[in-house]
Design a protein around this ligand. Structure first.
Ligand code: SAH
Length: 272
């Protein structure tokens, strides 16, 4: 089994001795059952990953000593997720899976049909942090405060196209009505859009000339977006409505499916 990984907020360097905070000490001591002398890995986005060892364990706390450098940090693609919070278990799942899938930032957005229990940011941050430790990331995604959808897109950075998962863009009474206005399949939309910016295609997001450097994905609540919200979103120049196929997915499935396609077509699932 590989050594457990622990995200550390402070600086990491050879020889440094770190006192773990209470939650981490509990996690390392009680959940992972590490004892004095046991090896682990510590990491953060600034200093990368280091081998470390437990040097003290008592009722009062735990400390580890940093030994040698293992590997430099690598950043996740500049990819945001905006999601309408759903039931607690599903929201937790969204945060965990989006962390595994390499999202850099997440914001819960309150839509007209959002039926959410209160969104507990600290809880979601803990889930993201633990998922980051598991998934060999170097940073935990930032969880931003929940806000109404209209406010979240107000003052949006137009350089970050917003991929809007639209399950039913075929309202006959609207300009996007009927077959012609239906949202395009996500892979095609990303491909053609990338191609129109950079015919050669960007190899690594954010590094090559051309190609989008940053992206965001928007997933709606269980009840979907209202016609009014759809109209608002479709009127924004940086919004790209996309389809995730002929079946209606649960919000959490839509998050996982959408992020997987984005990472494959645009993000860091492509060969470097
Ligand atoms: N309006 C639907 C359910 C919404 S599904 C209903 O009540 O029947 C929850 C969210 O997942 C949607 O708002 C959308 O963002 C996304 N989603 C689910 N299936 C999708 C699909 N096939 N294409 C695009 N987006 C989809």
């Amino acid at each position: 089994m590989t050594n457990p990984r622990l995200m550390i907020d402070g600086a990491l360097n050879a020889g440094a001795e770190l006192a773990l905070d209470e939650a981490q000490a509990r996690h390392v001591g009680t959940v992972l059952r590490l004892d004095t002398g046991d090896a682990l890995r510590v990491f953060n986005a600034a200093d990368g990953e280091w081998r470390a060892r437990v040097v003290a364990k008592s009722k009062r706390g735990m400390s580890v000593q940093v030994e040698d450098f293992l590997r430099p940090a690598r950043a996740a693609p500049d990819l945001d997720l905006l999601f309408a919070p759903v039931k607690r278990h599903a929201t937790d799942l969204i945060v965990e899976k989006a962390t595994e899938l390499g999202v850099r930032r997440m914001r819960p957005v309150l839509t007209q049909r959002t039926i959410a229990e209160t969104v507990r940011l600290d809880r979601l941050q803990t889930i993201a942090r633990e998922a980051a430790e598991q998934t060999e990331r170097f940073d935990a995604p930032e969880i931003l405060e929940a806000m109404p959808l209209a406010k979240a897109v107000d003052g949006w950075d137009a350089a970050r196209p917003l991929i809007y998962a639209d399950e039913a863009g075929d309202d006959a009474g609207e300009p996007w009505g009927g077959e012609r206005g239906k949202a395009r399949p996500i892979a095609g939309a990303l491909n053609s859009w990338t191609a129109s910016v950079s015919p050669a295609g960007a190899k690594v997001a954010g590094e090559d000339a051309g190609g989008p450097r940053k992206l965001a994905l928007l997933i709606g609540p269980e009840g979907g977006f209202t016609p009014q919200e759809r109209r608002m979103l479709r009127g924004l120049p940086y919004v790209i409505p996309v389809s995730l196929g002929p079946r209606i997915l649960r919000a959490e499935t839509a998050v996982i499916a959408g992020l997987s396609v984005i990472q494959s077509v645009w993000g860091d699932w492509r060969a470097p």
